[in-house]
Design a protein around this ligand. Structure first.
Ligand code: KMH
Ligand code: ZN
Length: 300
């Protein structure tokens, strides 16, 4: 599988000439990697990065494979999900030192996390954060995001200069996104970028028809990524690429590479969309191109 250097978008597929100009951000594909999540356990999924060293190593490999953004959940010393602020702050620093990736902290955490600790995640001042636009059944659990919490979280992103990515698990979440923007205005950075999280048991299904419907309801000018959980990963990936969207992949969303074949490392989950994006002549964008697209302040 072809890899490419961090700041250089890869060539546009087999036979591409090195003199071809780099694609502009809207011709290229933003790949976000979500390597950890809060749901899987290390013994069941050995590829899961649970220490800071493992996370930084994974992040470097994923950047080399074509990722531009990393969506981050962290674990404690016993590999359990945590929102410990000191750890989150150290994680942001280490990922910035070790990679060029845009560091997007999860404010979703685990379904057991309280609103105050989810809000406090922003005090680690990442480049970006996830911001889920509504409550959703989450398997046997509930991922709770009531309107006052969404509002407070969004307000705090604006105060701290953190770029939110609006996570949409269901069509009702799109309506809430419209309400949020109407009430509180544009996000920090000025650009609205969404992530359709599809195929969660309790959320919208991960298929092409639902993706097209959700995309048609997004605010004017918004860009979007999509991720299909579990078995919906590949249908959602192909549908998103064909509809002009961007992609999110990672062990948070899928623990097997193919039927009966567990993931051996997160980078292989990035290599596949990077290759498909190159075939679609929308190669992976660099982290700097992603910063320009999303309105994230350049590092240098
Ligand atoms: N772990 C899920 C309950 C996010 O990161 O913002 C929520 C989640 C969404 O993963
Ligand atoms: Zn997450």
């Amino acid at each position: 599988m072809t890899t490419h250097s961090a700041n250089q978008p890869p060539a546009a597929g087999p036979g591409a000439r090195s003199s071809r100009p780099a694609p502009s951000a809207h011709e290229a594909t933003l790949i976000t990697v979500a390597p950890t999540g809060a749901e899987s356990e290390k013994p069941a999924v050995p590829a899961l990065p649970v220490t800071l060293d493992e996370l930084v190593t994974t992040a470097k490999e994923c950047q080399a494979a074509g990722a531009a953004v990393i969506h981050v959940h962290i674990r404690d010393d016993r590999a359990r999900p945590t929102l410990d602020l000191a750890r989150l702050t150290d994680t942001v620093v280490a990922l910035r030192e070790g990679t060029d990736l845009i560091v997007q902290l999860s404010t979703g955490g685990a379904v057991t996390d309280g609103f105050d600790s989810r809000l406090a995640v922003l005090d680690a001042v990442p480049d970006a954060c996830s911001l889920t636009c509504g409550t959703v059944n989450f398997g046997d659990e509930v991922f709770s995001n009531p309107w006052p919490f969404i509002r407070d979280l969004y307000q705090r992103t604006k105060e701290l200069g953190v770029v939110p990515e609006f996570e949409l698990f269901d069509l009702g979440h799109v309506a809430t996104l419209h309400r949020l923007l109407a009430d509180l205005g544009a996000p920090h950075g000025g650009h609205v970028h969404c992530d359709l999280v599809m195929g969660v048991p309790g959320g919208m299904p991960g298929d092409a028809a639902t993706l097209v419907q959700a995309v048609s309801a997004l605010p004017e000018g918004a860009t979007w990524s999509a991720t299909g959980i579990g078995r919906s990963t590949l249908p959602v990936m192909f549908a998103a690429l064909s509809a002009g969207g961007h992609l999110r992949v990672g062990v948070e969303d899928k623990v097997s590479f193919a039927r009966g074949r567990p993931v051996t490392g997160t980078a292989e989950l990035v290599e596949r969309p990077a290759a498909l994006a190159a075939l679609a002549q929308r190669p992976p964008m660099s982290p700097d191109q992603a910063r320009a697209l999303l309105g994230v302040t350049p590092r240098h």
